[in-house]
Ligand binder design. Structure first.
Ligand SMILES: Cc1ncc(COP(=O)(O)O)c(C=O)c1O
Length: 469
């Protein structure tokens, strides 16, 4: 029963008994400026998680705000999924976006969320097989510990056994292979030698199930979960295996794209060609929901001339929403004309240096890794085991108390600030983490068993094996 002291907002990430118990909760955010947000209690925080990795340009970028205001005044809504009409702003943005992406990506469909477009890409891949006489080529390969969103197919793609268990039965015919193990290669291979070794998992799977059964591989160029990037050449090798064996190579750049890793797209910067590319998060600076599925010209041509009764059956009412299109255009302009990517490089270097020094002082930090302005700070106990969820949650809360919002995936504190953070704010992140770790590590003895990790990926080999055909 809703009482005056409770709140109706169902926050997806928390057990409700721990959250919003008080309708006047001072923790609700009310205002943002640059890389900072203010809550109702009047406290300002440095948002080192960019809302959820998407508010790349800060909370009050003037050009982005102006673009939204101008669009809402002239055409605040229009669909792109039925009949032969769409908004002019959607057409303009599609051209601009494809011109900015790797050359082979010539057409784009829009959606509202990353989960929607990861599902759309896989469904499109299966659809292409069906209309071209390979109806049984439905298998999809994804990586353990990957994140491709939630809901239906996206949940099945995401490599999280705990989530699978809670949402089973899953959309079938998704198989998972192990991600690259760098920086903790079980074979101890140096990163520059193990691309082939890691990518061979894919070849083995294709040999086992038969490539004529597998339609696509979906992969993040740098996995957001625990900030894991394959060894040099790994992504290229996956792409090559896919191209040789006729498997669609789908790159999920929802997190890594739009400057987060220092370039418009990470796979583009690495020179890896995708058959389909997924974009989200920073694509609209996070001001309005927007995601995109960009496809290679050959993919587009393969569905161009279909019987109208057999058109790819996918889309939602607000796909290509004019406000999202206007925001997307403004973000492209801002990235092209302002020195945003230079700022990512400069602040990224500063943060990397600061975190490396911190790792020298704080023994609990076992690794610092990442690119651009996406860093993972891995926390490991003196027994060499990953620190656990309770400890990571304590780090997050203490940093919040000290004025810095951050998050974590597994035993990695993740630092994903807006690109517009200042030099001083960059230092503040490191100083805050330093102070909080010093405090909490001093109490680690008292934590005992509680500090230990019980992360899904540690149990994953068996869980993953269970999903294999
Ligand atoms: C790589 C990747 N793909 C897809 C998604 C899903 O995006 P959304 O949360 O917008 O559905 C995410 C979200 O974190 C992501 O990081």
């Amino acid at each position: 029963v809703l009482t005056p002291t409770t709140h109706a907002l169902w926050h997806a990430g928390m057990s409700m008994h721990r959250f919003f118990l008080d309708a006047d909760d001072g923790r609700f955010f009310v205002e943002g400026h640059g890389a900072r947000v203010r809550d109702r209690a009047g406290r300002w925080y440095l948002d080192a998680r960019s809302s959820l990795w998407n508010v790349t340009l800060g909370y009050d970028h003037p050009r982005l705000l102006r673009a939204l205001h101008e669009q809402v005044d002239v055409l605040p809504s229009m669909q792109t999924i039925r009949f032969d009409r769409a908004s002019a702003v959607a057409a303009k943005y599609a051209n601009r976006l494809c011109a900015a992406l790797p050359e082979n990506l010539t057409h784009v469909r829009f959606g509202n969320t990353g989960s929607q477009v990861t599902s759309a890409a896989v469904l499109l891949s299966r659809y292409i097989r069906k209309i071209h006489g390979e109806p049984d080529r439905t298998g999809v390969v994804a990586l353990n510990s990957s994140w491709h969103g939630t809901g239906g197919l996206a949940t099945a793609l995401t490599g999280e056994p705990d989530m699978h268990e809670l949402q089973a039965p899953l959309v079938p015919d998704v198989m998972h292979i192990d991600p690259p193990h760098c920086p903790r290669c079980p074979e101890g291979a140096p990163p520059d030698e193990c691309a082939e070794h890691c990518a061979a998992e894919l070849s083995r799977l294709l040999d086992r199930v038969g490539e004529q059964r597998v339609t696509a591989l979906i992969v993040e160029p740098l996995m957001g979960t625990r900030v894991i990037e394959g060894p040099p050449g790994y992504l290229q090798r996956l792409a090559q295996i896919c191209h040789e064996r006729g498997v669609h190579f789908i790159v999920d750049e929802v997190t890594t794209g739009f400057g987060r890793c220092g370039d418009l797209t990470l796979s583009g910067a690495l020179g890896v060609q995708a058959d389909m590319m997924l974009l989200g998060k920073g694509i609209s600076g996070g001001y309005v929901p927007l995601a995109a599925l960009a496809v290679d010209e050959r993919i587009y041509q393969s569905v161009f001339d279909v019987d109208p009764a057999r058109i790819f059956p996918h889309g939602s009412t607000t796909d290509g929403h004019p406000l999202a299109m206007a925001a997307g255009l403004a973000v492209l302009d801002i990235l092209a004309e302002e020195d945003i990517l230079e700022q990512v490089a400069a602040r990224g270097d500063q943060l990397r240096r600061g975190l490396a020094e911190l790792a020298g002082r704080q023994k609990v930090i076992s690794d610092v890794r990442g690119r651009g302005l996406l860093f993972g700070v891995e926390l490991t106990g003196s027994d060499g085991k990953p620190l656990g969820p309770a400890f990571l949650e304590a780090v997050r809360r203490e940093c919040e108390n000290d004025g810095v919002l951050l998050n974590y995936t597994g035993n990695c504190v993740t630092l994903v600030p807006p690109f517009v953070l200042t030099r001083r704010e960059c230092d503040q992140i490191v100083e805050t983490l330093d102070a909080v770790l010093a405090r909490l590590v001093g109490q680690l003895e008292e934590w005992g068993e509680e500090s230990a990790g019980n992360w899904a990926w540690e149990r994953q080999p068996e869980a993953a094996a269970a999903t294999r055909p």
